[in-house]
Design a protein around this ligand. Sequence first.
Ligand code: AMP
Length: 143
Amino acid sequence: MSLQTQYDPKNIFAKILSGAIPSARVYEDARILSFMDAFPQSKGHTLVIPKVQACNLFDIPADDLRNLIIRTQTIARAVRDALAPDGIRLMQFNGEPAGQTVFHIHFHIIPVWEGENERPHAAGKMADMNELKEIAAQIKAKL
Ligand code: AMP
């Protein structure tokens, strides 16, 4: 599962894209979907994924990658405007040894507040869906 480019159409983000499993959606258009991370490292931890089937940085077509990072900037601005963090970290992992746990390429937008410790990556208790939807609505309002 490291730097594989064999896309698994049953991965969890494919199921979120199809609506088979629920998500707290922030933004959707013909090419991307953005939703709240269900195991947030901080309040407002948001994910941005392309609709194209790509595992990681190495198999996403260049034009989809361009569009993905530009949309990520737009959504990060809305996260900044909605939640006023002290900083924002973008993360993107390629391969299991690098920390990737879902093999559909995505950017993480992680708000950072000075003096606050972030929770660990992809771990712990699943967040409450209603709370995630409230935060998603705050971000959406700034788009
Ligand atoms: P990565 O480890 O970079 O592949 O990131 C995958 C992210 O997906 C992690 O931050 C997980 O917390 C998050 N995640 C896993 N399952 C779900 C889910 N059902 N809904 C939203 N986010 C999820």
